[in-house]
Design a protein around this ligand. Structure first.
Ligand code: HEC
Length: 141
């Protein structure tokens, strides 16, 4: 009887350990991705969208709390992969310059840079995973 109880307690303890260990691991994953993403951002996106994500009014839109940055990940990934040529109003300013495609970046680099952007400049949104980029890349536009 005592053995049974101690077995139960120890298996619950083990289960708790496993469950408790998952969130910190995920956290490290997103942190590392953000760190890598910052490097990609500084090299590729910063000249247009600026170090603070503020962009340049009427030329390059900001990445601060925009519906694109915080919104649908498929659309967001597609902007980086295929570029953007719409005339859009963002925070009251119009943008009609084109953004070139960045499909030379790897799935990992695009996932990292978008995870960085979605968690910087005052933004808070879920991570973008390389498999999500892969899936958008494989679809015909
Ligand atoms: C040569 C300048 C340039 C570079 C480099 C560039 N962009 Fe853009 N980006 C633009 C312009 C211009 C637009 C608006 C296009 C339009 O109006 O159709 C835009 C639009 C966007 C948008 C959607 C609008 C918004 O503000 O939310 C996102 C998101 C975005 N870019 C992210 C990125 C990321 C991430 C990178 C780096 C991988 C990057 N851009 C690199 C110029 C650039």
């Amino acid at each position: 009887m005592l053995k049974k109880i101690s077995f139960f307690i120890s298996s619950f303890f083990l289960l708790w350990l496993i469950v408790a260990a998952i969130p910190p691991f995920q956290n490290t994953g997103i942190k590392v991705s953000i760190q890598r993403g910052e490097k990609v951002y500084n090299k590729v996106c910063l000249p247009c969208h600026m170090a603070d994500g503020g962009g340049a009014p009427n030329m390059n839109p900001p990445l601060i709390q925009t519906s694109y940055i915080l919104g649908d990940k498929t659309k967001l990934i597609s902007i980086v992969l295929h570029g953007m040529t719409d005339r859009v109003a963002i925070n009251g300013d119009y943008y009609s310059n084109n953004m070139a495609p960045h499909n030379d970046l790897t799935d990992q680099q695009i996932a990292d840079v978008l995870t960085f952007a979605r968690n910087s400049f005052g933004n808070k949104a879920s991570a973008v995973m390389p498999v999500e980029v892969k899936s958008v890349r494989s679809k015909k536009q």
